[in-house]
Design a protein around this ligand. Sequence first.
Ligand SMILES: N[C@@H](CCC(=O)N[C@@H](CS)C(=O)NCC(=O)O)C(=O)O
Length: 216
Amino acid sequence: MTVPNLKLKYFKGGGRAAPIRVALRMHDIPYQDVFVTAPDYRQQPDIPLGTVPVLEISRDGKTETLLQSNAILCYVARLAGNLLPEEPLEQARALEYLGVVEDFYGYVVPSFRATDDDERKRMRESFAANELPRWLRFMASRLARSTSGYLVGDSLSVADLKVYSIWDWLGRDVLDYVPGSALLAEFPSIVAHKALLEQSARFTTALEALRAEGLA
Ligand SMILES: N[C@@H](CCC(=O)N[C@@H](CS)C(=O)NCC(=O)O)C(=O)O
């Protein structure tokens, strides 16, 4: 397949764009990062729902936009060739994990909109005591069942990349009032999954380059 011209619109940060960028860079797929800033991007016609990431895809003289981080990740997975399983149930499992990460965002994102620090503290502490341990227990139990160490099948998939972005976030304790690294450390299967990905030179090279640019 000819790789189209790709522009990824997102903030100058990791978040939902990080696993997409890792997939692109691991597979040397050329693309351009286009940084948007709030609130400008909300007015842009090519960001029709007012949210990012948005992927602009140009080929054969035509340009289209693709919304939704998970759809973009699956598209990049296909360009990369081997990051989205073909087998129906494995493919559905990979999509299941992409959705499960979106559920994670659904729990925590409201705390970013808290009007003051007391409210943010209350929301984050509730998240850390309730939804987060439940979510981690679920992920840990799924990973404990894996014979390959990967979330789906025998090799790296978009599911691992998307979930890793959460391990990375929690592991670096970037969320105030959430003891992310301490919670992760309670789950050996999660620690092992994180380490498995980090053993891949291709993965860590891509991730470290993005980190150096402030993009993961
Ligand atoms: N379901 C969408 C959610 C996109 C989304 O909420 N993106 C955030 C950044 S990670 C955003 O644009 N927030 C700005 C806003 O909601 O105003 C996706 O997965 O792409």
